[in-house]
Write a protein that binds this ligand. Sequence first.
Ligand SMILES: NC(=O)c1ccc[n+]([C@@H]2O[C@H](COP(=O)([O-])OP(=O)(O)OC[C@H]3O[C@@H](n4cnc5c(N)ncnc54)[C@H](O)[C@@H]3O)[C@@H](O)[C@H]2O)c1
Length: 269
Amino acid sequence: MHNRMMITGAGSGLGREIALRWARDGWQLALSDVNEGGLAETLKMVREAGGDGFTMRCDVRDYSQLIAFAQACEEKLGGIDIVVNNAGVASGGFFDELSLEDWEWQIAINLMGVVKGCKAFLPLVQKSKGKIINIASMAALMQAPGMSNYNVAKAGVVALSESLLVELRQAEVGVHVVCPSFFQTNLLDSFRGPTPNVKAQIGKLLESSPITAADIADYIHQQVAKGEFMILPHEEGRMAWKVKQQNPQAIYDEMAMLAEKKRAKSRAL
Ligand SMILES: NC(=O)c1ccc[n+]([C@@H]2O[C@H](COP(=O)([O-])OP(=O)(O)OC[C@H]3O[C@@H](n4cnc5c(N)ncnc54)[C@H](O)[C@@H]3O)[C@@H](O)[C@H]2O)c1
């Protein structure tokens, strides 16, 4: 069998859309989240789209819950072919304002949640010679100002994915990392940060996306089929990443100007 996918954070946003994209190909979905209402809705939609599967409440901060989820995947589906580490939360605030608790919360979910997901599911993907898809962000590559804890967590997800890409090649496990720019989902519901107006600024960026979560899921589906490691769904993100690779200083200068603007806006509010 090569049609079994597990997704964390599948009760909303991108996780749900990834489930629906693969459900349209008739896949079995193992759906987990801390939001059980959202999960039940996703499973219903998956069935309507042509897939099937099961849901399980799982907090990615708790390794024992991920291990129990992996066991459930083995019992109910006989294994897993694609692991999608997608669960994540939003945060923002300038470094001088962020508390260590803000940092620990962000790293525990957005970085260690992915580390734990990879570790708990490694035996299953090794057995199936399957794939791991980690959801990072353009924040990992561009380090926008006023969100250093998010940037660091997501940069860690990219570094982990690169490490696994090379370590797991011999085992024939494929690894992909996805770096979207902002797009509209419920991500801001989870926002944590010292300055509430940063939340409003991020809200505007989410609304401004030219593409939807469903478009991004479609793009991931295409690029995974092509075997692309680093998946950048936004055209603007692909362009920015090219510039940064050729001329990082130009991006640092632009980001420093953006930081000044953001600070001025915070003071004005
Ligand atoms: N929306 C964006 O602009 C954007 C941009 C780049 C990357 N991303 C990333 O995409 C991924 C999906 O986010 P989204 O935009 O669909 O947001 P979302 O809030 O709609 O979905 C995220 C889901 O993760 C779940 N979750 C949160 N904490 C969890 C935990 N500890 N354990 C298990 N589940 C948990 C939430 O309940 C939610 O259902 C995240 O990793 C996010 O960082 C989002």
